[in-house]
Design a protein around this ligand. Sequence first.
Ligand SMILES: Cc1cc2nc3c(=O)[nH]c(=O)nc-3n(C[C@H](O)[C@H](O)[C@H](O)COP(=O)(O)OP(=O)(O)OC[C@H]3O[C@@H](n4cnc5c(N)ncnc54)[C@H](O)[C@@H]3O)c2cc1C
Length: 495
Amino acid sequence: MPLAAVASPMQEFDFLVIGSGSGLDVANAMAGRGNSVAVVEKGRLGGTCLNRGCIPSKKLLYHAEVMETIEGAGAFEIDAEVTGVDFAEIVRKVNADVSGSSDSIRRGLRSSDSHDLFEGTGTFVDDRTVEIVDGDDEGATLRADTVLVATGTRPSIPPIDGIEDVDYLTSTEALRLETLPDRLVIVGGGYIAAELGHFFGTFGSDVTIVGRRENLLPEADEAVGEAFTDRYADRFDVYAGYEAVAADESDGEVTIEARPYPEVDSVRAGGEPVGSPEEADDVTVTGDTLLVAAGRRPNTDALNLAATGVETDERGFVETDEYLRTDADGVWALGDVVGEYLLKHSANHEAKAVVRNLLGDEPEPVDYSAMPFAVFASPEVAGVGARERDLREADAEYATRTYAYDETARGSAMHADGFVKVLIDLDGTIEGCHIIGPEASNLIEEVVVAMTAGSGTVADIREAVHIHPALSEVVDRAFSGQFSRGGGHDHQHHG
Ligand SMILES: Cc1cc2nc3c(=O)[nH]c(=O)nc-3n(C[C@H](O)[C@H](O)[C@H](O)COP(=O)(O)OP(=O)(O)OC[C@H]3O[C@@H](n4cnc5c(N)ncnc54)[C@H](O)[C@@H]3O)c2cc1C
């Protein structure tokens, strides 16, 4: 007699999370409070940041920093030469490291009394019932009082004619590439494109970048974006304001055709300004390797959210209220999949908020008021708060001041190129701060602290003693001199 398909019995939990990135922080907090917890994960434990995002990229990029330091030693009268780079070994070590961390999270969950790990794709059956539809735990049906959707994002591929017939990389594969490309074409001008371009470029690839917006790093303040694009145009073949429209591959040669993007004011071809998009011609760029780093899309398509009350926006990101509750009772969401800031520290910040709101009496909204970002390229970039164009668009009254690194003792010792740009309102409240130059990601932090834990005014920075002659003096000076109303640059010395 054939065995009848037996529906597996429903397993009940207090808390269930789909996705083991920042969702795991909430799972651990719930488990710590004695709740039974189910973790559903279809890929490697630890999510994007650990396995194919922040961690491997920053580990690889540090190798580029060491390389750049050695190659730049001549400017300090030090004769140094790189005599060999074991590129494959760099990539292997970094990836072995992250695999080890991911394996250890998996072992931890498997041996924990308070967590149950389900490996496979989770799909909703109804608001708080999730079925595992593939993988090791295929067929399991789980139900929980509280469910958290923390499924993240994956690379999105823009509609480029012929792209499906081209063997391209996304950031996921690029981080594992053990052979350095000779000629790398990158489609996309955001931070992932910028960081990977810097990594491969530093080790010797000829890099071509095709970005749709007028400047690379279009999310940065325009002064920073422009300075960054200038520096990249010196290093690489930069096409900014060009949209890739067609791709082709033959005999190992990849060709991208790009068209001036009508929504920008001016375009650059090969780094050179060529005027408005109407005046510019289409371009064709070629390489032996193509990397598509043109944005991310939410992992909501496999969740069968139609079976739930969870709503998504037109791009598929999960809609939540300011407490991170979705429209379905007892279902919460956080991280990339809510589409607020696609950054790990934002996902972690949201995880803390969800824990607070699940365990506390009064729900508290997530505070996004000082969410910083950093780009670990060369030059390094970081920013927090409003950009000048945000203030202009809001018709706000504001003042700004820019201070160059090389006007400080440490900046000059380092031959550092770059600046700190501050935006304040007319009462001295900090609206935003934008940095391009060495250690930007560290320098921004005191401004974040001032904006979140201090009075949020220039006084927080001005009244704090800054170590002399540390690089942080560039932040101090940017906040301490004469500001100009609504634009203009002020490089005057102070003190
Ligand atoms: C190349 C790169 C570099 C980056 N660098 C930085 C950086 O320097 N700093 C920074 O702040 N951020 C960086 N990020 C962004 C950062 O990685 C993300 O913001 C962060 O990982 C988001 O965390 P999350 O928990 O929301 O989602 P994720 O970490 O993506 O976790 C979601 C998990 O859910 C799983 N999943 C999805 N759907 C299902 C399903 N149906 N069933 C079961 N499991 C499912 C996925 O497999 C995944 O493991 C980078 C990203 C990339 C790609």
